[in-house]
Ligand binder design. Sequence first.
Ligand code: COA
Length: 148
Amino acid sequence: MNPLEDVKIRPLEEHDLETIVEIDRKVLGDRRRDYWERKLQRMDNKSTQISLVAEVEGNVVGFILGEVSGWEFGVPDTIGWIDTIGVEPVYQKKGLATALAHELIKKLKTIGVKTIYTLVSWSDWDLLQFFHAMGFTRGDMINLELKI
Ligand SMILES: CC(C)(COP(=O)(O)OP(=O)(O)OC[C@H]1O[C@@H](n2cnc3c(N)ncnc32)[C@H](O)[C@@H]1OP(=O)(O)O)[C@@H](O)C(=O)NCCC(=O)NCCS
């Protein structure tokens, strides 16, 4: 089976919560249901969010959470964000994240977004490699932190 031939990209819905929790657990090791429930609820309340899932043979195997900046951080609404992306480990390296990101980018473009931001941890090599492969480069914003 070639997942890319059978993949269906559709908007993320409330009932996808458990599957996303499971994908996250398989990827990162911990079951974080409360975290995902809060995160999806927060996103659901924002009209600016665009989140998608990838289905293969009727099963959700990947997701992407994105949104348009509503002038957050003084950033204009021509900026879109990719918040999180995740693909079920056995379905990785088959082009599913690329398909999800392309669909999100297409949707962001149609509503006027010109640039997309994302934040990736320096140690997340798979994500860094993925975004590099997608054509992302280092942006103008820098990440400041203060340990307290
Ligand atoms: C990063 C991630 C989204 C990539 O998903 P994917 O479906 O495997 O990505 P694609 O198949 O579309 O990859 C496209 C390109 O990105 C690069 N890439 C993707 N994963 C890579 C990896 N692990 N190592 C090196 N390059 C990688 C490659 O250049 C790849 O092209 P190629 O297969 O022709 O070499 C996936 O590995 C993942 O979910 N990682 C965990 C991310 C995470 O922590 N999310 C939060 C919790 S769920």
